[in-house]
Write a protein that binds this ligand. Structure first.
Ligand code: KG4
Ligand code: ZN
Length: 329
């Protein structure tokens, strides 16, 4: 089954063709990062205009790269939320137009579930395919969620952030340190030439599976304001360790408590090398991490999630709409 995936929830216009929820035939991403970097963050109106310009070229590119025509496709999977309303609308309306013109079924996909399904984008029958039950740590610009999955389509929310998401915390810390946008890669790069010598607080929120990252961000801000940060690289390394320490410790604890077979990492922050390494090193339970370029926003993960929705008979009508604040569970 060949699925065309479409993703426009934030600042990447993406299209991909994926076979049987696992094999990537194409995975094209038009990034707007350079445009938004000028403003230090995403400007929603600019994002939707860029999606309008990029959507048709990126769809053509994905089809050409995959060497498919419309008649080779079995369906489309499109992100309906969570995300920016004006951005989501471009992808959803493109999918509806194609559905009408080429009589292809559509399934609407939750962006966060898409991130989880990046873990299924491996060679079919390879031993890297996830085995249920799993605990997923989804860490992106808007979310830090711990989710239990006992089977496809079955999500139980175990914990979430109470304030800033992990990626948001990285973005804010980078702004405090004047390291540029997007903050995660900037902090990771700066941290390479520093040691984590600054003591920063960790919010453990004992007795819960929730996270909180606003305290560590404020602690960093106070140190900078007091002129106590002499090297940005040390501040970046210390901040990165503080965030990764909490993410890893709490994820391993939850995975043990629920006796899962595997831990799946997902979302843009999952491309952070320290997080990947520490989680693998500190978990007695096997950890799966998607390939780097599948961690940040892309459409292959949406197509993979869509494949399992089609398998479960979840087909949407042309009244499909965007849900900017869509919940995972
Ligand atoms: O999943 P994603 O691409 O978009 C959302 O759905 O939000 O995640 C973007 C977030 C941004 O906050 C970005 O700073 C963070 O992921 N990020 C990273 C790294 N690469 C991206 N955070 C830490 N380390 C990285 N290498
Ligand atoms: Zn995302």
């Amino acid at each position: 089954m060949k699925i065309l995936g479409i993703e426009t929830s934030c600042d990447e216009t993406a299209a991909a063709v994926v076979e049987d929820g696992a094999s990537i035939l194409s995975n094209e991403v038009a990034s707007q990062i350079e445009i938004h970097a000028r403003y230090g963050g995403i400007v929603p109106e600019v994002a939707s205009r860029q999606h309008i310009l990029a959507i048709i070229p990126i769809l053509k590119q994905a089809m050409t790269e995959a060497k498919v025509t419309w008649s080779d496709l079995d369906g489309m999977a499109v992100t309906i939320g969570p995300g920016l309303a004006g951005s989501l609308l471009i992808g959803v309306n493109a999918a509806k137009a194609i559905a009408l013109a080429h009589k292809l079924p559509i399934t609407g996909v939750n962006h966060l579930k898409g991130h989880i399904y990046a873990n299924w984008l491996v060679e079919p029958s390879s031993d890297a395919t996830p085995l249920f039950p799993v605990v997923c740590l989804i860490v992106s610009g808007g979310h830090s969620d711990l989710v239990l999955m006992k089977e496809h389509g079955d999500y139980v929310m175990l914990g979430r952030t109470r304030d800033d998401a992990a990626g948001e915390a990285f973005d804010k810390a980078a702004r405090i340190l004047d390291l540029g946008y997007p903050g995660g890669p900037a902090i990771e790069q700066a941290a390479k030439s520093g040691t984590a010598s600054i003591q920063l607080p960790r919010a453990w929120l004992k007795g819960t599976n929730d996270f909180s990252f606003s305290g560590v961000k404020t602690a960093l801000l106070r140190l900078v304001e007091a002129g106590k940060v002499s090297a940005k690289s040390e501040a970046a390394a210390s901040f990165q360790e503080a965030v990764v320490d909490v993410l890893v410790t709490k994820t391993v604890a939850v995975a043990k408590e629920y006796r899962v077979r595997q831990i799946l990492l997902a979302g843009g922050v999952a491309s952070n090398q320290l997080l990947r390494q520490w989680l693998v090193k500190n978990s007695p339970i096997p950890v799966l991490v998607p390939e780097l370029k599948l961690c940040t926003d892309n459409a292959a993960m949406i197509a993979a999630c869509g494949y399992y929705r089609f398998q479960a008979g979840k087909i949407d009508g042309l009244d499909l709409d965007v849900v900017p604040s869509l919940k995972l569970a």
